[in-house]
Design a protein around this ligand. Structure first.
Ligand code: SAH
Ligand code: DHB
Ligand code: MG
Length: 223
C-alpha cells in the first residue's frame, strides 16, 4: 500500500465505526456530486470532529464561511439545540441552492440560514444586525481571504468562542512562503495573525485521510 491508500483505508475504518454517514449526509454528498459541485467537503471524520467541537463549546450559534453543498453545515447544525442558529455564507448561488435542499432534507432548515454573496460583503451586513455572538466560527471558503475572515470572526464572537480554519496545510504548501500562491499567502496571514493576536490562543494540526494531506487551525477567543 502506498501512503495515501493507507490513509484512505484507516479513514474508512474510523468512519465506519465512529462517524458513519447516514441517509441524510450520504444524500447530501450524492446530490452535491450530481449537481457537479467540487468534492471539497470535509470528510465524515472531520464533520464529526466539527460536531463534537460545537457540542464541547455548548454552541447555540454557529457561523460558517463557505457552505458548498451543506455537508459540513449539517454536521455542525446537528450539534445545536432546537432553538440554535447557524448562518452559512456562500458565494455561489448554485452551491447555495444545493445546500438549501440538503439542509431541508436533514430537517435543519429552521436552524440554518444560507446567505448568498461574497463573504466579505455579507459579513458587514451580518454585523450591522448585531447578532448575539457566535460560539463557533468555521472558516472554509476562499483561502486568500482567511486572515480577513479571522478578523471578522473576532468581531462576531465572545470570550470563549472557537474559530476553526480548514485547509491550513494543503499538502504541505503552507510552508511555501515565496511560492506566490494566493491561498497559501492568505492562510499564512491567518495563522500568523492567530499566533500574534492578544485576543487569540491557537494551534494547528496536520491531518491525513480520504481527502489527502491537510489540516485545521483552532483558535480560542480570549477576551
Ligand atoms: N464547508 C464545505 C466546503 C466549502 S468549499 C464542506 O466542508 O462541506 C468552499 C466554498 O466556499 C465553495 O462553495 C465556494 O463557492 C465558497 N466560496 C468561495 N469564495 C467565497 C467567498 N468569497 N465568499 C463566500 N463563499 C465563497
Ligand atoms: C478546496 C476548498 C476546500 O474548502 C477544501 O476543503 C479543499 C479544497 C479548493 O477550493 O480547492
Ligand atoms: Mg475546506
Amino acid at each position: 500500500m502506498d501512503e495515501s491508500q493507507i490513509w484512505d483505508t484507516v479513514d474508512a475504518y474510523f468512519t465506519t465505526h465512529l462517524a458513519p454517514d447516514d441517509e441524510v449526509t450520504a444524500a447530501a454528498l450524492r446530490d452535491s456530486e450530481t449537481a457537479g459541485l467540487p468534492p471539497v467537503n470535509v470528510t465524515a471524520n472531520q464533520g464529526k470532529l466539527l460536531q463534537l467541537l460545537a457540542e464541547i463549546q455548548g454552541a447555540r450559534t454557529v457561523l460558517e464561511i463557505g457552505t458548498l453543498g451543506g455537508y459540513s453545515t449539517i454536521w455542525l447544525a446537528r450539534a445545536l439545540p432546537a432553538d440554535g442558529r447557524l448562518v452559512s455564507l456562500e458565494y455561489s448561488p448554485k452551491h447555495a441552492e444545493v445546500a438549501v435542499r440538503n439542509i431541508a432534507r436533514a430537517g435543519l432548515d429552521e436552524r440554518v440560514e444560507v446567505r448568498v454573496g461574497a463573504a466579505l460583503d455579507s459579513l458587514p451586513l451580518l454585523a450591522d444586525e448585531h447578532p448575539p455572538p457566535f460560539d463557533l466560527v468555521f472558516i472554509d471558503a476562499d483561502k486568500a481571504n482567511n486572515a480577513h475572515y479571522v478578523e471578522w470572526a473576532l468581531r462576531l464572537t465572545r470570550a470563549g468562542s472557537l474559530i476553526v480554519v480548514d485547509n491550513v496545510v494543503r499538502d504541505g504548501r503552507v510552508v511555501d512562503a515565496d511560492g506566490g500562491a494566493e491561498d497559501v499567502r492568505g492562510t499564512r496571514e491567518a495563522l500568523e495573525l492567530i499566533g500574534a493576536h492578544p485576543r487569540l490562543s491557537g494551534t494547528a494540526i496536520q491531518m491525513v485521510g480520504a481527502k489527502g494531506y491537510d489540516g485545521f487551525a483552532l483558535a480560542r477567543v480570549l477576551a
